[in-house]
Design a protein around this ligand. Structure first.
Ligand code: B12
Length: 213
């Protein structure tokens, strides 16, 4: 019985069917399944699969967005319960699109995949100045600072933010992950970032690797 409900949640998220994801999640809760079990045996495996299919080119951005939305529909029911159940999160990520840049579709996908992988996410939004990243590191004590940049011009804001973290003396407290269309592994190495990923699926995997290291 519980396997069937978990399967239904898995396929609802994988197919991006938000109403079904919410309905099946509610059914699972009514049947006595814990929020943790639903998250780790229903939603997260589905998002892992979405990320994998995206990486191999079998799913595309719109499908990933609707899957992320379906996951969010389930998460709305699960989030308060997970907090109550005290489910151990694997880390905290402070994420934002860097100063001067308003693109957030990719960042939001990355955050969804990371949340799906078990991270607590602090979303700073878009056009985030370096000081705001620094403040968030001081107040949220994240494991990872994730920066997104979509414009060639705003890759400079990544450098400025890393510098600000250094000047504030908090650079060594966090792992820095960067991404966005103009970002490459070569650029990440050059600016001293700890991690880069080309898409949301591999970003979540990379984040897990960084906190495990
Ligand atoms: C949608 C869009 C917009 C929307 C943004 C809406 C929004 N809420 O995000 C709007 C209309 C606002 C916009 C505005 C502009 N845009 Co625009 N935009 C795009 C467009 C078409 C799609 C971007 C997108 O969402 N892609 C889909 C997502 C899923 O992909 P992604 O962002 O790359 O994210 C993935 C990865 O990069 C990675 N990733 C992303 N972030 C992170 C972070 C981390 C930590 C990690 C690990 C991974 C990671 O994972 C993501 C998911 O797989 C691109 C063209 C393109 N095809 O990329 C142009 C594009 C980025 N825009 C461009 C430009 C020039 C502009 C404007 C300057 C236009 C203008 N003259 O006003 C303004 C700038 C505004 C500003 N200050 O930011 C150029 C940039 C050129 C350049 N190299 O600098 C592009 C490439 C278009 C082009 N070919 O010219 N844009």
């Amino acid at each position: 019985m519980s396997e069937q409900i978990l399967d239904a949640i898995y396929y609802a998220v994988l197919d991006g069917n938000a109403p079904a994801a919410a309905e099946e999640t509610q059914k699972a809760l009514d049947a006595g399944l814990t929020a943790e079990k639903i998250l780790y045996q229903g939603c997260i495996p589905a998002m892992d699969e979405v990320g994998y299919q995206f990486e191999i080119g079998e799913k595309f951005v719109p499908e990933m967005l609707i899957a992320a939305r379906a996951m969010d529909a389930a998460m709305q029911l699960l989030r308060p319960l997970l907090i109550e159940e005290g489910v151990e999160q694997i880390g905290t990520v402070v994420a934002g699109t860097v100063q001067g840049d308003l693109h957030d579709i990719g960042k939001n996908l990355v955050m969804m995949m990371m949340e799906g992988a078990g991270f607590r996410i602090v979303d700073l939004g878009t056009d985030v100045p370096p000081e705001k990243f620094v403040d968030a590191v001081k107040t949220e004590h994240p494991d990872i600072v994730a920066m997104s940049a979509l414009l060639t011009t705003t890759t400079r804001s990544i450098i400025a933010t890393i510098q600000a973290l250094e000047e504030a003396g908090v650079r060594d407290e966090v792992k820095v992950m960067i991404g966005g269309a103009p970002i490459t592994q070569e650029f990440a190495d050059k600016v001293g970032a700890d991690g880069f990923a080309p898409d949301a699926g591999s970003a979540a995997r990379k984040a897990k690797e960084l906190v495990a290291a």
